[in-house]
Design a protein around this ligand. Sequence first.
Ligand code: CAA
Ligand code: FAD
Length: 379
Amino acid sequence: MNFEFTEEQLAVRDAARDFAQNELLTGVIERDEKQIFPAEQVKKMGELGFMGMMVDPKYNGGGMDSISYVLAMEEISKIDASCSVAMSVNNSLVCWGLEKYGTEEQKQKYLTRLASGEVIGAFCLSEPEAGSDATSQRTTAEDKGDYYLLNGTKNWITNGNSAEFYIVIAQTDPEKKHKGINALIVEKGMDGFVVGKKENKLGIRGSDTHSLMFTDVKVPKENRIGEDGFGFKFAMTTLNGGRIGIASQALGIASGAYELALNYSKERKAFGKEISQHQAIQFKLADMATSIEAARLLCLNAASLKDQGKDFVQAAAMAKLFASKTAMDVTVEAVQVHGGYGFVKEYHVERLMRDAKITQIYEGTSEIQKIVISRELLK
Ligand code: CAA
Ligand code: FAD
């Protein structure tokens, strides 16, 4: 492993850092409080090439590697995790799968617009009765010859209202269990497709999380991704890469909180000296910095394996498991370092603490990551 970054990677990191500081910081508290989706900011991220970072430039992508993606995700997540989850879903769960498994027609019609950030996408696997237990989903895609008839409900869908295109995972042949599932591209506005209620959440409150209802939606056969029955494998393979994105989001939330705590500890005085001069605070900073460094190395390791075309399933699950725990631990301690000021909105750390929790839940809970890791260890 060699994580000496190239000039290009450093330029991407710096561009993401500048963008986050200059364009995301202002208004982040209000967006959180009022649950405002950062539409304008996401549009600008598209213009800067952050919405389709790893996609081939011939489909309007940035042609960058996964290391650059980790670096950019960390910087954006330090300031606004509601923006970075829109970015992560579009890059990892929507663009990646379309580029890897889509037909040339699907790439021209959908990927080119998603990768440029002109529109954004959503990935729809979870259901009211099937989250971790993803094979037991009930949404059906009945084969009607030249189209599928889609019926069911998807829950908790990120970019649920803002997306234009949705990748929906649905059961076509229940007898074949997970081998009877398909992945379909659904367009907003198709007859019978309704965006349901927006969730009022603990964290990432700017992100628009919605349920989606499908009633007799006719999805043309040419909108199926991959062979008949490939949908579940498609979802699992896509999520492997997605977990690098969410691990990097967790890393960013942790490092954002740590930087705030470090700076605050050098300004705040108690008992005649800066609180950073008290060993109890120094030890907290040391623990935070150590966990963050370990999380960063796990993220970069998974990204590097992916870039080399090597198996990264276990590495991505380890990165997500560890980085999301780090995000929780570090944000709680960052609030503590701030004392009472940490408990109010102006100092940002309380929001980062609320945002951290979701990284242990979506794209596979921490318990699911342990299942993935242990299966890899034992196989
Ligand atoms: N990579 C590739 N293939 C995988 C895989 C992986 N990580 N995990 C499982 N598979 C394949 C298996 O090989 C198997 O295929 P074959 O029969 O062809 O070999 C098939 O999937 C079924 O696997 P299992 O028998 O292991 O299935 P299972 O029912 O025991 O469950 C699981 C496996 C790992 C628990 C899986 O259901 C899972 O990952 N659950 C979590 C779901 C999840 O992460 N949801 C996230 C939704 S998206 C989201 O959350 C976005 C966001 O917030 C922003
Ligand atoms: P459950 O599966 O019911 O789990 C409940 C608890 O039981 C958890 O602690 C879990 O770890 C534990 N558990 C379950 N099974 C096991 C087991 N076998 N062993 C040990 N413990 C177990 N989904 C999408 O498809 N697309 C999205 O864009 C998306 N965005 C989301 C955004 C937000 C804000 C949220 C909250 C969720 C989002 N999700 C999305 C859904 C998310 O992926 C699921 O919530 C997650 O996979 C967990 O599923 P569940 O909520 O049904 O919990």
